[in-house]
Write a protein that binds this ligand. Structure first.
Ligand SMILES: *[C@@H]1O[C@H](CO)[C@@H](O)[C@H](O)[C@H]1NC(C)=O
Ligand SMILES: *[C@@H]1O[C@H](CO)[C@@H](O)[C@H](O)[C@H]1NC(C)=O
Ligand SMILES: *[C@@H]1O[C@H](CO)[C@@H](O)[C@H](O)[C@H]1NC(C)=O
Ligand SMILES: *[C@@H]1O[C@H](CO)[C@@H](O)[C@H](O)[C@H]1NC(C)=O
Length: 457
């Protein structure tokens, strides 16, 4: 006796059985006879049975399951990205930890021979240890967070195994329960992602020299709002007397010099502190405090607006000059302008801008003199300011718009070509774009983030 089972997709399940049971043998419970065929002698050749109507709803379930599976696959992709980033940061944290351990053992050693050592050295080390002490619980927290991510990974792998298995055996698993599990996991992942994408700047790595071109001063950038596939590069050489923007389809086209378009702006620009955000170029119009929004798609100026009381034309430039009075930038939270005013005694003012109207939404006054700032960039609503555009430059001061507080810091930047005329953060790439004396460079940044585990179920 042959037994054939065929699954015909649009009609739920149809099974072809090698006997003719319709009259004498009832199909298994839950199945009904769909049709049967007999040979010339009246013997039954086969019967087609189908699941009873109510069981056809399983097909909807299988569709839902496929969606769930897709969702899980999407999540595993996100997890991979997360994991990659976290691993990078994690290595840094581990290094820091081992340095601290080294310091601690040195400290113990010194303590045991302290009579033989100069008190001053001892005090210095002790001070350093005390400074580092509060970091220890933070490090512990970080390690817990990294564990949490690998747990996520494992849970997702498990769930997707379960799903794959039950796709073939629908009904064996409680769909509602499964859905709850997936949704719960997704929620936690989202939460985790949003916490992980922002953080405090800890370290600047690099640079990588992408290209050597142009004058000593200029700007190059990509659009942080563009889709991951869109890697267009824009290039604006020189800080004055220019209005030609060059566009490249990708970084590799940029490196090999294959231009895809040029735009001839209606007004000259001032400085090197332009930004491309969501398909528009924002720049400071020459000899004014007007900000221009130019749309690449339409090739037209969409908006222009004066930045009220902002100094311009080398009244409040960065240390290198170059009409760098008004610095436009974007981060995870949106579009920003950094500048100085007489009212704030030439100190830096931070303004959040509406990307469409260029209106100021909110402003913060810092106490850091614009003329003493080498460059500045914004990450997650915090402004980081370097103290020079020359060798030895470091991130020296930060101002959080979330808490309206400042902090002195000491994060070195390798100023490889000795003169920095542009430095801007790109949230999509989590990197700093720099113009380093006619070299277009990229720095990676390490952001320190704590994932709160209170949403763990
Ligand atoms: C998975 O991701 C793709 C692409 O990002 C998206 O189109 C699709 O809707 C996502 N699927 C689910 C179930 O979230
Ligand atoms: C994943 O499955 C393995 C083997 O069944 C099990 O040992 C492990 O605890 C599961 N992990 C999670 C996070 O559910
Ligand atoms: C980006 O531009 C599109 C239209 O071009 C708009 O719908 C969207 O809200 C903009 N996004 C941001 C963050 O401004
Ligand atoms: C930044 O890190 C990524 C991933 O670790 C690496 O591929 C890239 O080369 C780094 N870029 C810089 C500028 O260091």
């Amino acid at each position: 006796m042959r037994a054939l089972f065929v699954v015909l997709k649009p009609l739920c399940f149809l099974a072809l059985l090698g006997y003719c049971p319709s009259a004498t043998i009832r199909p298994k419970e839950g199945w009904q006879v769909y049709s049967s065929a007999q040979d010339a002698d009246g013997r039954c050749i086969c019967t087609v049975v189908a699941p009873e109507q109510n069981l056809c709803s399983r097909d909807a379930k299988s569709r839902q399951l496929r969606q769930l599976l897709e969702k899980i696959q999407n999540m595993s992709q996100s997890i991979e990205v997360l994991n990659l980033r976290t691993q990078r940061d994690f290595q840094y944290v581990m290094k820091m930890e081992s340095q601290m351990k080294g310091l601690r053992s040195k400290f113990r050693q010194i303590e045991s021979n302290r009579r033989t050592l100069l008190t001053k050295n001892f005090q210095e080390l002790k001070g350093k240890m005390n400074e580092l002490q509060p970091l220890i619980p933070v490090l512990e927290q970080y390690k817990t967070d990294a564990t949490l991510i690998s747990q996520f990974k494992e849970e997702i792998r498990n769930l997707s195994l379960v799903l794959t298995a039950i796709q073939e055996e629908i009904g064996a698993y409680d769909y509602e329960e499964l859905q709850q599990k997936v949704l719960g996991l997704e929620g936690r992942l989202r939460n985790c992602m949003s916490k992980l994408t922002c953080g405090k700047l800890m370290k600047i790595m690099g640079p990588i020299t992408v290209k050597t071109s142009g004058t000593r001063f200029g700007a190059w950038m990509t659009d942080p709002q563009a889709s991951p596939k869109n890697n267009k590069v824009w290039y604006m050489d020189s800080y004055t007397n220019n209005k030609i923007v060059r566009e490249y389809k990708s970084v590799s086209d940029f490196v090999s010099g294959v231009e895809s378009r040029t735009y001839n702006l209606p007004f000259h620009w001032a400085g090197t502190n332009h930004v491309v955000y969501n398909g528009s170029l924002y720049y400071n119009k020459y000899q004014s405090n007007i900000i221009v929004r130019y749309s690449f798609e339409s090739g037209r100026v969409m908006t222009q607006r004066a930045l009220e009381s902002a100094g311009f034309h080398n009244v409040y430039p960065y240390t290198w000059g170059g009409f760098s009075d008004i610095d436009l930038m974007a981060d995870e939270l949106g579009l920003w302008a950094i500048y100085a005013t007489n009212q704030n005694a030439g100190n830096i003012v931070i303004s959040r801008l509406d990307p469409l109207t260029i209106q100021v939404l909110n402003s913060w006054n810092t106490e850091y003199s614009k003329r003493n700032a080498g460059e500045s960039f914004m990450i997650c609503g915090t402004l980081y300011i370097t103290n020079s555009h020359l060798t030895g430059a470091k991130v020296y001061y930060s101002y959080s718009t979330k808490t309206s507080t400042y902090e002195y810091m000491d994060i070195p930047i390798h100023n490889q070509y000795f003169h920095m005329s542009m430095l801007d953060y790109n949230a999509r790439d989590r990197a700093l774009y720099g113009w380093n004396n006619g070299h277009q460079v990229l720095f990676n940044v390490t952001l320190f983030h704590i994932i709160k585990t209170d949403d763990e179920s």
